[in-house]
Design a protein around this ligand. Structure first.
Ligand SMILES: Cc1ncc(COP(=O)(O)O)c(C=O)c1O
Length: 465
């Protein structure tokens, strides 16, 4: 049964009447109603009709440990009963914050960050906003008040607050919101499949992107540019894996012009790519790193921003002059979130979750590669436990389908009808980002459903569906 033949339940009617949904076609929702999920079980979620779905996106790329990890529930309950809340302003702190900050330093993706600090917040957006603000604070502190603009990439996703949405490179996040704010510069996404010129191989494509970056810096003036933000693998923009050499070359340019590098590891942090961080996979040397989502397996909201030692020292000096560091949220370092994060990291270590990703990821990646031959699939790609099928009307030229046809959306609906939840990103790209604890039998089920739904969608595009 598809969402369109579903009778809307009382819960669904409540939702339509009172809830303004994020990232939803609101008029369609009014007609079709929401999918109401009521329970989690391993990598599965169960809706109010009792139907079971393999959650192939881990929610929003986040529930690394699935939907029923009782060790996290126990840790949360213990903390709720001991100290449900305390803050971190004016030199106060609760015990779990101190433990988590120390633990995160052990997990820090580079030695340089191990001597820095972490700033806590509640979402990837907030932490990226913090990074944007720190680009300003830092450069004011070191006497370079003009060095403030931040370079971001097309198809980047960094969140929805004013600065984070401005850094994001997806047009629908700017339209009607009067964004981006001033001070954001844009360069191309490293998506060779979609953006390479005819006959342009990956090395030439990388050369062109590096030239574009250098020209932008020359045009704007290096002394006006303070930061560059990038996801190691672009997630919501289409699961874009950069070509070999891309980051190495980009980093060399940033270094030359003393531009801070912010790695947005909100999706990639804590094992998604088969190593603890994308920073390690791509040999990055970031000055700041944003983490969120899998930090708590999404069981409670939490994010953190690693900042380097030199940023910390400049901020500490400058804030001493001002009298305080004027930034922080009521829930920065919430003890419940810290307790859950600590338990999540403990499970990653005790159960060798990153090792598990390395063991099962080939099953997913090889399975996705088999779809590359399917008439609807322009490219199958992935790394670790993230992947995508980019659909194409013409495989040879990579010509996408007319977005109005909703081919990707149809595929995702067919998958849901067969018990798998995934998500279509702009450009008819179907994404896969299952919980990290998924096993091989579950991956096989996911692939079987994908195969079936691809064939059904092909029939539908040919008018036989
Ligand atoms: C790479 C990246 N950065 C930032 C964010 C924003 O995080 P949040 O939705 O927690 O604000 C997301 C969310 O998907 C993300 O994928």
């Amino acid at each position: 049964m598809s969402a369109t033949d579903t009778v809307i339940s009382p819960a669904g009617r409540n939702d339509i009447a009172h809830h303004l949904h994020p990232y939803t076609q609101l008029r369609q929702l009014e007609k079709e109603g929401p999918l109401v999920i009521v329970k989690g079980d391993g990598v599965h979620v169960i809706d109010e009709q009792g139907r079971r779905y393999l959650e192939a996106m881990a929610g929003l790329w986040c529930t690394s440990l699935g939907f029923s990890e009782s060790r996290l529930a126990d840790a949360a309950e213990r903390q709720m009963r001991t100290l449900p809340y305390y803050h971190t302003f004016s030199g106060k702190v609760s015990g779990p914050v101190t433990e988590l900050a120390a633990k995160l330093m052990q997990w820090a993706p580079t030695p340089a960050l191990q001597n820095g600090r972490v700033v806590f917040a509640n979402s990837g957006s907030e932490s990226n906003d913090t990074a944007f603000k720190l680009v300003r604070y830092y450069h004011n502190a070191i006497g370079k008040p003009d060095k403030k603009k931040v370079i971001a990439r097309q198809r980047g996703y960094h969140g929805v607050t004013m600065a984070a949405a401005s850094l994001s490179g997806l047009p629908m996040m700017h339209q009607q919101f009067d964004l981006p704010i001033a001070g954001v510069l844009r360069v191309s996404a490293p998506h060779h499949y979609a953006h390479a010129r005819p006959g342009e191989g990956e090395p030439a494509f990388v050369d062109r992107l590096v030239r574009e970056l250098e020209e932008l810096i020359a045009r704007e003036g290096a002394d006006t540019i303070g930061g560059f933000i990038a996801e190691p693998v672009q997630g919501a923009g289409g699961v874009i894996i950069p070509p070999a050499g891309y980051f190495e070359r980009v980093q060399a340019v940033l270094k030359k012009h003393q531009i801070l590098f912010i790695a947005d590891e909100v999706i990639t942090g804590f094992g998604r790519l088969g190593q603890r961080f994308g920073t390690q996979v791509f040999g990055l040397q970031p000055d700041m790193v944003t983490v969120a989502k899998m930090l708590t397996s999404a069981y409670v909201p939490m994010s953190a921003l690693y900042v380097s030692e030199s940023i910390y020292q400049a901020v500490a000096d400058s804030s001493a002059t001002i009298g305080t560091f004027g930034h922080g949220y009521t829930y920065s370092g919430h003890p419940l979130a810290c307790a859950v994060a600590l338990q999540t990291l403990k499970i990653y270590e005790d159960d060798d979750v990153v090792g598990h990703v390395q063991r099962v990821a080939p099953r997913l990646q090889q399975g996705l590669q088999r779809f590359a031959a399917h008439p609807l699939v322009g490219q199958a790609r992935g790394l670790g436990l993230i992947g995508a099928l980019e659909l194409a009307e013409d495989k040879a030229t990579h010509k996408p389908f007319d977005p109005a046809r909703g081919v990707g959306a149809h595929l995702v609906r067919r998958m849901q009808a067969h018990g798998v939840i995934t998500r279509v990103l702009g450009g008819d790209i179907v994404a896969f980002s299952p919980p990290l604890v998924i096993n091989e039998a579950e991956i096989d089920f996911l692939l079987d459903v994908t195969a079936r739904a691809l064939d059904e969608t092909l029939d539908w595009t040919r008018g036989r569906g």
